[in-house]
Design a protein. Sequence first.
Length: 51
Amino acid sequence: MADCVGYDTPDHFLKVGAAEPAWYAYMQGRVGSFVNPGKLRRLVIDRATKR
């Protein structure tokens, strides 16, 4: 199993319109906005079928 955070719309990495990516603001110590927050996801890996 692998637990991770997944994003339907990763606006924290991608520049949307004239807005800058949220991570850029965080790296500068500014507060950004999360329009589309991440969701916890669990991936189940079957080693026998390699899926």
